[in-house]
Design a protein around this ligand. Structure first.
Ligand code: GDP
Length: 317
């Protein structure tokens, strides 16, 4: 039986990936922070702190998994400014612990394939558009800096003979996204406004353009990377960007709210330092080498999220 270990298993990506691996008959283990965290049925939970010491390395040595998917992270760029040290430990150093354990298993004759969830945030204010695997890495946030370190480590261990792949995942969304991310914040508000449960919505930079994809497609990319012939770095993106304002407009239309602009306030406190004007990725390499392609477009993502939030809001009336 193939054994997979997922860090961040209770998050959006972890839950989609866990469901697909359980369905494929894998023995799936997941790292959780708190014993009470909700976790996909059939997954064995391991309660440990990734940011503290070598517990994760020990777990890998004991479990001897065939795949490790590292999805745990301080996931908010905004929070990384108030928690830079935690961000460095969780998004950066924990990856060193994991790769050292994976390499050690390799010396004992056991291959563990390591897949890292990297982020377009590593490119900071990107010097080219769309970004590719060779775009210069110049982070502009503590989050991006820690992800850049981990991405570099993956390349170093790959050079040392470890099966280590880094997927540079652009923003990917679903009804499982928490409201700390702008897409879900918008769709949840659109639904509540449509049902008369909320009046207005406060947002930050409406002009930021992001390459938003459908989260289950990105979970598929993680699996394709782990089962590929060779490890490598890949951009995972749709290649199409939209502004935050575009997202609001389409979401409010879908929810049946007219004149979105009159409902939205820009709060200066929500503007970010080092926020890229545009992130958009070129996933040609993943398309040709991993046979990966996005299956849901921008309108489809917004529609699915608004429908799920309308359903939720009707039940919490
Ligand atoms: P991130 O790229 O992982 O940080 O994903 P987010 O969904 O948090 O942010 C995406 C973009 O939306 C960034 O450019 C933010 O500056 C922008 N944005 C604008 N208003 C907001 C807001 O109210 N909340 C969040 N989270 N992002 C916002």
């Amino acid at each position: 039986m193939t054994v997979a270990l997922i860090t961040g298993v209770s998050g959006q990506d972890g839950s989609y990936l866990a469901e697909s691996l359980v369905a494929r008959g894998y023995e799936v283990h997941g790292v959780v922070r708190d014993p009470g965290e909700p976790i996909t049925a059939g997954v064995v939970a391991h309660d440990l702190d990734l940011a503290a010491g070598s517990a994760i390395g020990q777990l890998i040595r004991d479990l001897r998994p065939h795949h490790v998917y590292n999805l745990a992270a301080v996931s908010s760029v905004f929070t990384s400014w108030s928690e830079p040290s935690l961000t460095a430990r969780l998004n950066g150093l924990a990856v060193a612990e994991m790769l050292a354990a994976v390499r050690e298993l390799g010396t004992l004759g056991h291959e563990t394939r390591f897949v890292q969830a990297s982020s377009a945030e590593m490119f900071g204010m990107p010097v080219q558009s769309p970004q590719t695997e060779s775009t210069p890495i110049r982070p502009t946030s503590p989050y991006g800096a820690a992800k850049a370190y981990a991405h570099g480590l993956v390349g170093a261990y790959r050079g040392a003979g470890v099966f280590a792949t880094s997927l540079v995942l652009y923003n990917h969304e679903s009804p499982r996204r928490p409201e700390t991310f702008v897409t879900r914040k918008i769709t949840a508000a659109a639904a509540r406004i449509a049902l008369g449960q909320q009046e207005r919505l406060e947002l930050g930079n409406l002009d930021a353009r992001r390459d938003w994809g459908w989260a289950p497609d990105y979970a598929d990319a993680l699996y394709l990377a782990a089962t590929a012939a060779e490890p490598d770095d890949f951009i995972i993106a749709t290649g199409v960007s939209h502004s935050v304002a575009d997202f609001v407009r389409v979401a409010f239309e879908r929810a049946g709210v007219e004149d979105w602009a009159s409902r939205v306030d820009v709060a200066p406190g929500l503007l970010r330092t080092g926020d890229a004007a545009e992130q958009v990725g070129d996933a040609s390499k993943a398309r040709s080498q991993l046979n990966w392609a996005p299956t849901v477009d921008f309108d489809g993502i917004v529609a699915a999220m608004v429908e799920a939030d309308l359903e939720l809001a009707r039940h919490t009336r």
